[in-house]
Write a protein that binds this ligand. Sequence first.
Ligand SMILES: [Fe+2]
Ligand SMILES: [Fe+2]
Length: 308
Amino acid sequence: MDQTIVNERKNALSRKQGEHQIVPRKMRTRDLDAGGRHWLGGDPYATAFFNALSAVFPRGEAFMIESLSAWQDKVSGQLADDVKNFIQQEAAHSREHAGMNRALIRSGYDIAPLDLAIRKFVEFFSATSDLTKLGATMCIEHLTAIVAAEMLADPRHLEGCDPEIKKLWIWHGIEEIEHKAVAFDVWMHATREWSPFRRWITRTSMVSTVSFTFFINRTRGQVELLRQDGVGWRQALPRIIQYGFKKGGIGRRVLKPWAQFLKPGFHPWDIDDHALIDKGEAMLAELTPVSVPVAAVKQAPVPIAKAA
Ligand SMILES: [Fe+2]
Ligand SMILES: [Fe+2]
């Protein structure tokens, strides 16, 4: 039997429903201005990396919520619960990053050019089928999960970070890992009639395209933010690449887990980074007053923002 088929079946059989519980956590950030314009250790390049992500999260996450919402009543059991919790988590991320983005604007940044890039991305997919939107979300979720895992695995990435902003990123990182397989599992359900080869070629083509677009747009976002810091693109671009791909850099460290998505029969939980959820919660507890229990606190439903 074809190895692709063997792997697909093995994964379908080995997935234990409910093994990775998804828990929307309570999080309300405040005083996001306290860290100043370069809130990550005073380093404009490190700050630009995270700012370029934050600037596109509200609209990007609204797109992902809409993509999954279309499938909410087409799945059942544990997966239906996973979708509900995914939507709740992403809605809260979107809300908190909108708050962070307002702080960026207050510190003097114009994030409209970055917003335009994500608006165009979402507009492109608005003309596509629910399945294509779901596929794009599955691919973006792989990217966010591997970046989140690297951010939590190596504390140097957030060294010198303003504590309130650090809380936001750690909380977001934990939940990105926790719900990383939801869009994937829904897509697998939606394509259950497809041959393993068709599934493989579709998702590997999509992840390559989505990742390329993601890389180009986030790099352009960093160049734009650094331009607003007074750094020309000729100086900024090599430094951006160096920051991401130096030894221990986030971009370099995520190359291997990114490539795992290309394997036939891959499932997001083949990368077992469950321990990073506990690690992230411990990091969060250190940053959060004892009176506010962070883990396992159910949050009231959050209104879902509509993607433009
Ligand atoms: Fe998120
Ligand atoms: Fe996510």
